[in-house]
Design a protein around this ligand. Sequence first.
Ligand code: FAD
Length: 288
Amino acid sequence: MSTPDISFEFFPPQSLEASFRLWDTVQTLAPLDPRFVSVTYGAGGTTRDLTRDAVATLHKNSGLSVAAHLTCVNATRDETLIIAHDYAEAGVTDIVALRGDPPKGAGPFRAHPEGFASSVELIAALADMGKFNIRVGAYPDLHPEAKDAQNDIDWLKAKIDAGATEALTQFFFDAETFFRFRDACEKAGIDAPITPGILPIENWSGVQNFAKRCGAHVPDWLINAFEKATRDGREDLLATAVCTELCSNLIDGGVDKLHFYTLNRPELTRDVCFALGIVPQVDLQNVA
Ligand code: FAD
């Protein structure tokens, strides 16, 4: 089995303790030589400054390629583009461009009167700047707001046509779900890479809630397996096995890139990577 290129998603820390945890996560995962790491932007734009700080700090100190998430929520076009200009000035060349979600309980997305009305508008504006490698979100299990599967794929094509070069997917639990989606994208003429988003299950009840909110299907076999593992106190073992099997099925089906949602907890992601044969890249000069 060939080893895939990997990337890791982090969220920006909101406390000193969380900052240490993020740095520990980076130190643990960086030796696995990720293609890039990304930093999320809180729902409703709530972590605008924290995201900016975390991106700048990682860009300056980690030696990794850092992608900044950016959304359209709760900001004017100018405010959003100033953030992008700041990234360009700091040498950050990668952006994950999203429409975004409003804060919890605030109802459906409503564009700011002077803001970007959709992800496509944001992507087009960023592409116009000519300074970024732009990635976007994609939804193998359908986005909850999609009219139907074709609409979802047509919209993804519009995002790629507007200037995005890669799609990172929402998490899913069956490799077949991804393969069906990849085939449909290919049929629709989408030629940009579609990279599966992988969520190692650190916290089973949290993942179930999260899946409900974002439209990811949780299969019965997984529910049954976790019920049994919880009774036996073997959730960690199951989480590693389930995630490794999903990744290995994806690789067998031709996938050569994986994007891990780490939730700033490195152990499970690291163990899965090890199981897939992705091992630390040791600098021989340092060993000698
Ligand atoms: P879009 O793709 O623009 O829209 C979502 C779906 O709605 C589309 O798939 C399509 O079916 C439908 N749709 C929307 N507009 C139209 C239209 N005009 N015409 C037709 N159909 C339309 N959220 C955050 O707040 N911060 C983050 O950092 C963040 N990071 C993410 C990273 C990844 C890899 C992914 C997959 C999601 C992330 N999200 C994040 C969540 C994301 O913001 C939500 O899923 C949001 O609801 C959709 O954003 P989007 O850019 O994917 O939307």
